[in-house]
Design a protein around this ligand. Structure first.
Ligand code: FES
Ligand SMILES: [Fe+2]
Length: 432
């Protein structure tokens, strides 16, 4: 459980809140570049950390992330004209460049020079592997971009997709680091032909449904080992990476690291839209070769495992239609009766309500990773209040790690035995 005060501290992300201020010290995945693909293409609405913004690509290909509302009389710039290196408000024609300068003010007499006195809020942006990253923190204190493999490898080896999740970001990431739930929520009922997972892994996950958790503090956050008995004095380990402030890396579906079995690995970012809505980003990466068509669909496709979603990135299965829950399937086929791992996750996380009341929880031994994560991120908010910046925000290279699954002998040291599997590749940016 968490006190009401700490729950507020953990969940609220608007400007001036402790968690909101912490998140503003990191680069944040904001939108897909394809949403503003071409110079002078239509601007798009964007809401992040409780702030309404507008994103556009200007005539020279520069990306602008501005306050959604024109500083003249608060009209939405989304309705504006994206033309000749700027976004022009359609009410009285004031025009803003990507840095937020008012570069034209045709409704005012020239001699007042008023345009030069007006600016609007603008945030720096950077593109990595098709994702536009945004920095919303204090000017002059810019952190480093996190060097995830899915950020620095070429587009044919990476995939990124996002979907709307209608709940607070913290209860979403808590699902991502909760390795215990896969034995239940995502399990199938003895149907060899239907499983999302390979059967061997499912055997381990179902064979031991109360994994023991081991947690290691790291430069980027936490490394979480979930150990299950696998017979013959061996253990099946799932090693999840939890990277501050809102990333996880999911263990691959078979034993081994990302490079050992030809299967891509991936992770999530749970980016707060506001206190009660979240962008659930899914990233996939194959470090050694391009994705096959099927893998690309699995990792990034709108209709793949992470889909289907509508044109606004809202899942077709959502809480308004009970995620198309099928009770017959629940009796005969899978544990939930809901199709698709992300839909199963969203169903349980959204069902807690927009912001779960953590004072009412009864946490057990299998919740130790969640308890540790809460402590760590709450401490980072307190450190920031005391003037210490989150150290990982200034070290992009610490994000260059992987998750893994491994079958280890009973006496193996899990950190040592998986050190090679969780090491990232050589940081080498793909040519743009
Ligand atoms: S409200 Fe935008 S120019 Fe007047
Ligand atoms: Fe899950």
């Amino acid at each position: 459980m968490l006190s009401a005060q700490d729950n507020e501290r953990l969940t609220r992300v608007g400007p001036g809140t402790p968690m909101g201020e912490l998140m503003r010290r990191f680069w944040i995945p904001g939108l897909k570049e394809e949403e503003i693909a071409a110079p002078d293409s239509p601007p798009v609405k964007l809401r992040l950390l409780g702030e309404d913004l507008v994103a556009f690509k200007d005539s020279d290909g520069r990306i602008g992330i501005l306050d959604a509302y024109c500083p003249h009389r608060m009209v939405e710039l989304y309705y504006g004209r994206n033309e000749e290196c700027g976004l022009r408000c359609v009410y009285h024609g004031w025009k803003f460049d990507t840095a937020g300068n008012c570069v034209d003010m045709p409704s005012e007499p020239n001699e007042t020079n008023f345009a030069h006195k007006v600016t609007t809020k603008s945030y720096p942006a950077a593109v990595r592997a098709g994702v536009v990253w945004i920095y919303m923190g204090p000017k002059g204190e810019m952190p480093e971009l996190p060097e995830f493999e899915w950020s620095y490898l070429s587009a044919d080896r990476t995939a990124a997709t996002k979907r709307l999740q209608q709940c607070n970001w913290a209860q979403a990431i808590e699902g991502g680091i909760d390795s215990a739930h896969i034995s239940f929520l995502h399990s199938n009922l003895g149907d060899a032909g239907h499983g999302n997972f390979n059967l061997k892994r499912e055997t381990y996950n179902l064979g031991d449904r109360h994994p023991k958790f081991f947690i290691e503090d790291t430069d980027y956050g936490l490394q979480i080992g979930a150990r299950r008995g696998a017979g013959e004095n061996r253990h099946y380990w799932r090693i999840t990476q939890c990277l501050m402030p809102f990333y996880t890396m999911i263990p691959p579906t078979m034993e081994g690291g990302a490079t050992s079995d030809g299967i891509p690995f991936g992770g999530h970012a749970w980016v707060p839209i506001d206190d009660e809505n979240t962008w659930t980003w899914s990233f996939g990466v194959h470090p050694n070769r391009p994705f096959t068509k099927e893998e690309a669909n699995w990792s990034g496709g709108r209709d793949g495992t992470w889909g289907p979603i509508d044109d606004n990135y809202r899942p077709i299965r959502n809480k308004d239609n009970d995620y198309l829950l099928d009770r017959e399937a629940q009796r005969t086929r899978n544990y939930t009766g809901i199709d698709g791992v992300p839909n199963q996750d969203a169903a349980v996380q959204e069902s807690m309500g927009p912001i779960v009341d953590r004072a009412r929880e009864r946490l057990g031994a299998s919740d130790i990773a969640i308890i540790t994560w809460r402590k760590k991120i709450l401490q980072l908010t307190r450190d920031l209040e005391a003037g210490t910046l989150p150290p990982m925000a200034g070290q992009g290279n610490v994000y260059n790690v992987r998750s893994c699954s491994a079958l280890l002998n009973g006496d193996a040291d899990w950190i040592e035995a998986t050190a090679e599997l969780v090491r990232g590749g050589e940081i080498q940016y793909a040519a743009e």
